[in-house]
Design a protein around this ligand. Structure first.
Ligand code: GRF
Length: 230
C-alpha cells in the first residue's frame, strides 16, 4: 500500500472513451467530501468523450495519444511521465483500453487499479458479455482489482454480481453491469481515500474494518437463500 503522504489521497484516472466510471469517481469524491482529489484525467484517444466532461468540471484533462508513439514501450513511458507529474497515490484505470507493458505496471506497483466487466478470473479480455452468454453462466458482474503484468488479473479489491436473465443480450447485460461498476468503483475509492486498503505478502487485499467486499443485484422472482450460523 502506498504511504499516503498528505491527508488528501491523490488520484489520476485514465480513460479511453465515454468515461462514466471516471465521472462517478469525480462526483463521489466531491459530493461525499472524501479526503481525495482527482488531480488529472488522462486519455489515450483524442475523441474520448470523458475528456470534455472532465475539462468542464475544471479538472486537468490531457491527451497522451498512443498513435503518436512508435512503440508500446515509448507510449507507456510518456504516459508514466504524464501521470508522475501529478504525484498520485493511486492510478485508476476506468475504461482504459490499452494493454500496459510490464515496466509500466511495475512502476506503479501497488498503486494501479482497474475495473473489468466480469467476475474475474472468469472472462478476461474483450467481449466479456458475449463470453458470459456463450458460457451460460447465471451470474456475471464486474471486478475492481490491482493490476499485474498479466491482463485482467491481479489481487481483487471488490466484486459486484448481477443475475443473467433469460432474454439478455450483450447490451442489456452491459447496461446492468455498468450500474454496478459505478457503485463498486465509488466504494473502492472511498476505501482508498480512507486509507483502508492494503496488500499482504501473499498479494491478497485487505480492507480494514470492512467485512464484505461483494455486492449483488437481486434476481427477479427468485428468493434469496439465507444462512444462519446456528
Ligand atoms: C466499462 O464497462 C469498463 O468496465 C470497460 O469499459 C467500459 C467503460 O465505460 N472496461 P466508461 O468509459 O467508464 O463509461
Amino acid at each position: 500500500m502506498p504511504a499516503i503522504t498528505s491527508s488528501t489521497c491523490r488520484l489520476v484516472v485514465l480513460i479511453s472513451g465515454r468515461g462514466s466510471n471516471m465521472q462517478t469517481i469525480v462526483n463521489t469524491v466531491r459530493e461525499q467530501g472524501l479526503p481525495a482529489q482527482v488531480c488529472a484525467v488522462i486519455a489515450n484517444k483524442a475523441d474520448a468523450l470523458g475528456l470534455h466532461w472532465a475539462r468542464e468540471q475544471g479538472i486537468q484533462a490531457t491527451l497522451v495519444a498512443h498513435r503518436d508513439y512508435a512503440t508500446r514501450k515509448e507510449f507507456d513511458q510518456a504516459l508514466a511521465q504524464a501521470i508522475d507529474a501529478h504525484r498520485p497515490d493511486y492510478v485508476l484505470l476506468a475504461g482504459f483500453m490499452r494493454v500496459l507493458t510490464p515496466e509500466f505496471v511495475e512502476h506503479f506497483n501497488g498503486r494501479l487499479l482497474n475495473i473489468h466487466p466480469s467476475l474475474l478470473p472468469a472472462f478476461p479480455g474483450l467481449h466479456t458479455h458475449e463470453q458470459a452468454l456463450a458460457a451460460g453462466v447465471q451470474w456475471h458482474g464486474c471486478t475492481v482489482h490491482f493490476v499485474t503484468p498479466v491482463l485482467d488479473h491481479g489481487p481483487i479489491v471488490a466484486q459486484g454480481a448481477v443475475p443473467v436473465l433469460a432474454d439478455d443480450t450483450p447490451d442489456t447485460l452491459a447496461e446492468r453491469i455498468l450500474g454496478v461498476e459505478h457503485h463498486l468503483y465509488a466504494q473502492v475509492v472511498r476505501w482508498l481515500a480512507e486509507g483502508r486498503v492494503s496488500l499482504d505478502a501473499m498479494q491478497r487485499v485487505h480492507v480494514h474494518g470492512v467485512a464484505s467486499r461483494s455486492f449483488a443485484v437481486a434476481p427477479p422472482e427468485s428468493p434469496w437463500i439465507t444462512t444462519s450460523k446456528n
